[in-house]
Design a protein around this ligand. Structure first.
Ligand code: SF4
Ligand code: SF4
Ligand code: FES
Length: 752
């Protein structure tokens, strides 16, 4: 994706490619226009989602009136240009390039993992090269194991795609080129981290140089059945394809030309509830339990259709529906909408990646939503976007793109939001009531309480002057904050009056879909049934409850993504047991399959009356997304009333912050063999000093009634007195966590 800052950008142009008249817009490259018009130009190093690399020269074309051949991936088309993409000279040039590629690249494809889906293999055939024309002296370069992926320098064609995704997309900047003529190679500068996002690099590698260590030599690519789906782990709903054989998922791939997957999406697929059969006795008990229950409590690992089934059960029986994360998000968004007048936030990931300035508040974004982090990184790399990161904890993983870290005290988010709104709306014309509310804020006091210096805010304001394309990313620290609704209203002002593209990152799985579909309650009452949450009677996809349920990769249904898109999720694996719909059918609901509810999702919330089987699920040749449909934002009544900012509850001493390590989200990622991670309470040396805890010490503590039994570990890269408390290993009880993410640590020692 190139950056086009030209003032002519968008101007209509006409070019002729191979005799075909093509209409397009100024700013696009010849290759982009050729692809828009289904004209084939071979490439080796081109990857649509990054800036043109220009390393292979395969894309050469001729332009009338221009001497020599030019790189179509880099050259922008001019109005009236007459282009030839193929003739004898161009073919010869490309064939010579292929001959050079094949120097030293062994063509013993039968033993290579990439065989059958290798660009070099395909183009070697395309250009009629039956043998290696030249050879160079072999250099011994052993295969390197980088954890999730392994690298074979002997197969590497130095196209640099892997380096570009590591820099421009995932942003970990782990991969670099080590220059050295024929000895040039790719190096992994951060091997100790075992970044799961290196999977992205392996996905784009056109040859067998970077491959998944786990998948290697397990199956031929062509033997696998491809099942398109959506990732259910966080609210991203990223596009993914399960590759399956003999009822086993071998790997997850993606439409890598246009989309990306984090490590959880790519490697967190082994969580199916396997070998389940229909247990009629347990099923009858489940039906009886739902009939008797006063509350159903459920996690965010619930599809839109299942959420609708639960809502319909509620409407019939009057029971309460409790889903903590989704409820907090629902209330936050309702308050947010009362200021914007729209049911949905304005932002999208694409707009985020095109931003020139991004403010992130109330989320440890690298861990909470990798896809959002990637899009912030794109804005940083492509548009040199300023990135202000507002949080009580610094995060070394995104330091490379943060231009201003604004630290605030845990608990002071309301004050921080008020200060932010005041700062960014200083010179904006506002309705009287809003202006006088902001003017009446006691800035000195808010600044002291939150610990945000007025000079920091001024620096932020100044850095945004003369910029356009602002994004604000807010996250789940705010949703369960005691003053969440007021925080939502304050931040919504930035969408309405400062033209911010705002994304309120869904706190988990399908929380956004659930929050739109269900009429949720705040508290549990009486007898309970849990759906992926512990209760008096538990329906569990982990296989540890009273009745088994299918995991997300065993279900058909839809998810609602952070991009406000309703996307189809297909079952990768069969399931032999009962599903929620079977229980519903015993409670006067009537549907043969869960997906019969897809067309019934609530129109008044922006869903469409579309059958599941009619939902599209593809990207076209130029990368336009045709997955499901976009929700329609609904008008809601506006009520811009603001309260005083409340006195902040103190969080002195040792504090824990509920946050999972990168690429862990739930018991389902925790169950996935390839993502195995240790759950420890991670704090700084300073935290250890304040708590008098030693590295390796065992402690217990309770949050929201959930007991944690943890080893404390010191992380020398951390600062301050807030420790990271993972929840992904807590099984279904993670769904019981309902309060603000920060809490004071009150622990007991359990000895070493
Ligand atoms: S490892 Fe693969 S993607 Fe990276 S430079 Fe080599 S061939 Fe290209
Ligand atoms: S976990 Fe989230 S960011 Fe990662 S692939 Fe899945 S949906 Fe995308
Ligand atoms: S595709 Fe243009 S140089 Fe490689």
């Amino acid at each position: 994706m190139s950056i086009h800052n030209s003032i002519h950008k968008g101007k209509a142009i006409t070019v002729t490619i191979d005799g075909k008249t093509c209409q397009s817009t100024f700013g696009k490259t010849i290759l982009e226009i050729a692809r828009e018009n289904d004209i084939y130009v071979p490439t080796m190093c081109y990857l649509t989602k990054v800036q043109p690399i220009g390393a292979c020269r395969m894309c050469v074309v001729e332009v009338e009136g221009v001497d020599g051949m030019i790189l179509s991936c880099q050259e922008k088309a001019t109005d009236g240009a007459v282009i030839t993409t193929n003739n004898a000279e161009v073919y010869q040039e490309r064939q010579n390039i292929m001959k050079l590629y094949n120097v030293n690249h062994p063509l013993e494809c039968g033993v290579c993992d990439k065989s059958g889906e290798c660009d070099l293999q395909n183009k070697t055939m395309e250009f009629g090269l039956e043998q290696q024309a030249f050879t160079a002296r072999d250099q011994h370069r052993p295969v390197e194991n980088w954890g999730h992926v392994s690298y074979d320098p002997a197969l590497c064609i130095m196209c640099e795609k892997c380096v570009r995704v590591s820099t421009e997309i995932t942003g970990d900047e782990a991969l670099k080129v080590k220059f050295g003529g024929y000895g040039s190679t790719i190096i992994n500068t951060k091997q100790e981290k075992n970044y799961a996002s290196l999977g992205e690099a392996a996905a784009v590698c056109p040859v067998g140089a970077l491959v998944s260590t786990d998948f290697k030599y397990t199956s031929n690519a062509w033997e696998l059945t491809k099942i398109p789906s959506a990732c259910p782990h966080c609210g991203g709903g990223c596009q993914m394809t399960y590759e399956v054989k003999n009822e086993r998922i071998y790997r997850v791939t993606n439409t890598y030309e246009f989309t990306s997957l984090c490590g959880a999406g790519r490697y967190g697929f082994e969580y199916a509830n396997e070998n389940v059969t229909k247990d009629k006795v347990a099923f009858d008990k489940a039906v009886a339990a739902v009939k008797e229950a006063q509350t159903v409590i459920f996690s965010s690992q619930t599809s839109n259709e299942e959420a609708l089934i639960l809502q319909k059960i509620k409407e019939k029986s009057g029971l309460k529906l409790v889903s903590h994360e989704a409820r907090a998000y629902q209330k936050f968004m309702q308050a947010y909408s009362s200021v914007t007048g729209q049911s949905l936030y304005s932002g999208s990931l694409k707009a985020l990646s095109e931003s020139r300035a991004v403010i992130v508040m109330g989320t440890r974004i690298n861990d909470d939503s990798p896809t959002v982090k990637y899009h912030i990184n794109m804005a940083s790399k492509w548009h040199r976007a300023r990135v202000a990161y507002m949080h009580p904890l610094e995060d070394t993983e995104i330091q490379n793109i943060v231009t201003q870290f604004i630290k605030y005290e845990a608990g002071s988010e309301e004050g921080a939001a008020a200060l932010l709104a005041d700062t960014l709306l200083k010179e904006v014309e506002l309705p009287k009531a809003v202006r006088s509310f902001l003017d009446d804020l006691d800035i000195g006091n808010l600044s002291a309480e939150s610990n945000i210096g007025e000079e920091e805010l001024e620096a932020l304001r100044k850095s945004l002057i003369k910029k356009s394309g602002f994004s604000l990313v807010v996250g789940s620290d705010l949703y369960a904050h005691p003053r969440a609704e007021h925080i939502a209203k304050l931040l919504a002002l930035l969408e309405v009056y400062a033209d911010f593209n705002v994304i309120c990152v869904p706190p988990a799985g399908n929380a956004m879909g659930i929050s739109l579909i269900c009429d949720l309650d705040d508290a549990v009452e009486g007898k309970t049934v849990g759906y992926n949450a512990p209760a008096d009677f538990t329906l569990s996809a982990l296989g540890d409850g009273d009745l088994d349920m299918p995991a997300m990769n065993q279900q058909e249904g839809t998810l609602t993504t952070i991009d406000k898109r309703v996307v189809p999720m297909n079952a990768a694996l069969p399931y032999g047991g009962y599903v929620l719909n079977d229980i519903a059918n015993c409670l006067d609901l009537n549907a043969s399959y869960t997906i019969e509810y897809t067309k019934e999702l609530p129109k008044e919330k922006g869903f469409e009356a579309v059958e599941f089987d009619s939902l599209p699920d593809y990207f076209d040749t130029v990368g336009n997304e045709h997955r499901g449909y976009l929700l329609k934002s609904q008008k809601v009544s506006v009520k811009r009333d603001f309260d005083e900012v409340e006195e902040i509850e103190g969080f002195d001493g040792a504090v824990v912050y509920n946050c999972n390590p990168t690429e862990q989200f739930s018991p389902f990622t925790a169950k996935s063999k390839l993502l195995k991670d240790e759950a420890v309470l991670l704090g700084s040396q300073q935290f250890a000093t304040v708590t008098k805890l030693q590295d390796g010490e065992n402690i217990t503590y309770t949050i929201d009634g959930v007991k944690f039994d943890r080893v404390f570990k010191i992380d020398t890269s951390m600062k301050g007195t807030i420790a990271l408390n993972p929840t992904f290993d807590m099984g279904l009880s993670g769904a019981l966590l309902s309060s603000y993410r920060f809490s004071r640590l009150d622990f007991e020692r359990a000895g070493k």
